[in-house]
Design a protein. Sequence first.
Length: 723
Amino acid sequence: MFAIIADGFAADVPKHKKQFNRFLKEFLTCLTDKLSDDKASIALAGLGNFAAIVPVFMGADALPKIHARLIKYGEDLVAIRDGIKLKWMLLCRYTTCYGRFVQKMQCQSDIVVQNFSVELVCRLLDAYPSSAIYVKYQAELAIVSMADAFSSTDVMKRILQHGMLLTVSNRIDTPDGVHEFNKSSRLLFEYEGLWRGCLKRMQGGALEQAMVNAMADTMLTILQRLDLRYQLEADTAESSTQYTVLQVSKAMPQYHDELLIATSVFVVATPVSMVDLAILVPALKQALALGVFHFDTAVAAVEALERWRSDTVVPFYPEVLPLLAPYLDEAANQSASFQISVLRLLGSLGGYSRFVVEENHAARDDVDKTAAAAPLTFPVALDRVHADMSIELLLRQMRDLAITSIDRPVKAAAGEAYHAMVLYLCGKTATLPTAKTHASEKSVYFDHWHGIFPSLVQLAADADTITRSLFAPLLAQLLRWFSGIAALYPFEAHAFLDAIMHGLSCVDDSSGGVRDVAAQSVATFLKYASKQPPTSRANTSSVFSAHALMERLFALCGHPLLSCRVGAALAINHMYRDFREDNELVRTYALSMAKHVLVALKPPDDPNAVLPLVHALAHMEKILVRRAADLQHDDDTRVVLGGTDCLNLNAFTTWLFSNVASSAPKFRSNCLRLFEQLARMVNMTGSCKAWLTQFQKNHSAAQLQYILAPPALTDISVRTTGV
């Protein structure tokens, strides 16, 4: 329609000059005013069709001015995130319009114009597979417009090289709710349709021939430079089966309940001839531990142990055979035939069966600590006699039975008894005389609490539903209670937080449920800590404060063990909702939290294993973008945990920019992505280019070179070329 109008205006310039000016004015408003996406798309479509007649009505000087406004408008469009799919139509219309202006201005040789055009089309190519059908149609028109504008330059070869690499690639990180079949060939079919559609719209002639020649040259260049000596992660395993089993085994520590049982049975069912035995042993230990409560899992684990060759399993007997001891208990809820099969298995092992009995030094030390603790007595009224019954030893025994018993009635009864004893200890602690409870000394029941807190976290994540239903609410209630009495019992509150953090960084094979419970406890901790009076919240020495929690979480983010860093990320993901609603917490800790989560991504870990960290960073990105106005000003409280890089949003953005050339891939890519979002929010300019221009004015060329080409990277490249 706009093309017909443009042709009509050009037929009689003096007569239609006024109407042309009105149309052009309406079109240019899309470059300055915040219009809806539909209106802006229509305006860009009209502006692109009017590009050919602008010099006729306004002279040749008008084109560069409109082009400059188009460049400024396009910078924000290029920064559109993948999640904002509604703006792809706008980006397609803009690319078509920009291509027509470049063609009319004859500025194809300008390097800046070439680079910007390549960036535009590459952005369209990246988004093409996930776009709607009507958007794909506009994408074809945009590519044809660019091809027509740059038919005699190398721009199309650069664009086609990017497109061809996408054509032969696989889609990764599929969004939630998207179900794909045959993912390996999905992108091939998508981009094949794109190239065929583009060639169809060129309708033969020199442009189509130039496009075909550029495609052929690009494919030959890729084939000539392709290094077939690469090695995929799946190829490092002896087979695809071993690769799959290895990935499942790595992910098992993050699972719990039915999913943990299913993955354990899956791994131990793998024939030992197909995979390395070291991959199967952790799953076997997990299956034997879960088999106490799930009979089918125990059968699968014992059968797997019988199938494996004894000579290959011998090095693992000291850590595997003690897990068979619970199945030999006479009171166990196991069939007689199953117990006989376990006995036969142990009998066939000869002297190695001695490993079933494991000497428990920890239990002996626990008895000594319990004996040294303050007496915990329960008054019993008998006939004419009042006696005090000591229950400190009974407390430990009930705890052990509740955790390790394989007899479900015994386990449930022990759990109920232990639950009642913990409540009784709460009452005894609450009734201690105030004069005897000083913040500078431990209470008389500190040793009891010190042993109880870790067991509460473990029991709250127990596989038995009765035990879990008893202790999960109790754990939340104790968090609420200690939030109010932390000033009276700081040592107990400190031990409670230690137990939660230990559960958060648990590294054993059955840590999935414990880690989740600990993460939920951290979220509960923050909720009650944020409700403290302002004086208590600002007190960094207070045990039960948000500052104490953040200090520990940030320390976990910098821990070399992946399990500790993942635990901190899970805690951040759980407390995200409460954190974002508290203005003071966001102003004080948001920048520091984002920085430490980014630092946690520095070590070279498996991409699937660090997904909780990526999700935590995505949560922090939403908070920073949403609350950017509150983070513009300096705040000295941020420096305590985040350093001077977190003094304000501009300082944090500068720190991100200084790490965009880091040698750590995951850390580097996330720093760059977050920088693109936050640079636009500094001083609310809405443009990354404005921030970079200001940064360039304030820094020398040597400083920029140090950031973009760090000495460590240049030294590596020199050594490589020297070899």
